[in-house]
Design a protein around this ligand. Sequence first.
Ligand code: FAD
Length: 330
Amino acid sequence: MKSFELYEPTSVQQAVGILAKQGNKAKPLAGGSDLVAGVMKDWVEGPGMPLPDALVDLTTIRQLHGIKVDKTGATIGATTTLTEIVESKELGEQFPLLTEAAHSIASPLIRNFGTLGGNLNQRPRCWFMRGPDFHCYKKGGDFCYSVSGDNRYHAIIGGELCYIVHPSDTATALLALNAKAKIAGPSGERTVPFDDYFTGPRVDVLRENILKPGELLTEVFIPAPAPGTRQAWAKLKNRQVYDFAVVAVAAAFTVENGNWKDGRVVLGGVAPVPYRAAVIEDQLKGKNIKSNIKQAAAAIRTVARPMSQNAYKVEVTQSMVERTILGALA
Ligand SMILES: Cc1cc2nc3c(=O)[nH]c(=O)nc-3n(C[C@H](O)[C@H](O)[C@H](O)COP(=O)(O)OP(=O)(O)OC[C@H]3O[C@@H](n4cnc5c(N)ncnc54)[C@H](O)[C@@H]3O)c2cc1C
């Protein structure tokens, strides 16, 4: 494994200072389950994806850790572990969707040290990107090997150029809950809705989010849901042990007399970013859910462009959306 300098700052300002000075030679480190145990140990690198010479440990910054829930919503520090999220009674009461999504991630051991910030910013799991023999777009190459290779688990929506799917389950849930990211960087702090946080290959094929060099995610804010909001999470995995989503559905919506009032349907495992299925929401708005859900779920076909081996994902997504939304009504 490549050797590296380890920095242990005690404040966000110190961390930002080190990251800004080192440029793309340094990376923030949280639990290390993806960055160290995955990317660095497996030497996943290329001109567009250099391995870092320095890691800036965020778990030594107390300010970045913890969960606060009040009437306005929940604030979760970036280094809060997935287990802490799963075990938070207050989060479970207000945001069962997030609790379930976090619980569906990896194994208890990984959830014990994997953090929310790390989960949201982890790199894609595409087997070509992670494989040593494929100099793909993500590593500075000029080809996506999934186009002619095994693309069973690749994107069915919004691919083009590179067909990764976003790996983070908490990202799918947080988008459905209309959450926001707080970012700290050399020019101060900014808050960005998760709707705008993740970026696809068309924006920049070398990255998956808007973070600039020197910036880090400090906390996540989830607004308190409107009274009576239905929340639901469903995740299909290839095997009944820890695994990433083949397809995930996160829905949060309000209902009036059986009609869809307002809400969000977000899909994981289908696109390079967590995909807000506005095409489904639009079909439901103001309408009776039970009588319209079939047609609404089928609207996913109007945006899906499957590859040679993953058309099954379109069928799966359609039926999972239908079942998840009906399940939340019961
Ligand atoms: C076997 C296995 C199964 C898994 N299954 C799932 C699954 O089903 N669903 C799922 O969602 N995930 C899954 N994961 C991914 C796992 O959840 C992530 O590895 C973990 O959440 C990353 O957290 P970490 O704290 O260890 O991140 P790290 O490895 O420390 O960091 C990951 C990336 O995020 C960056 N980063 C970390 N914190 C910040 C921050 N605050 N601001 C900016 N950048 C930051 C790092 O620089 C790095 O690039 C799985 C992983 C493994 C190994």
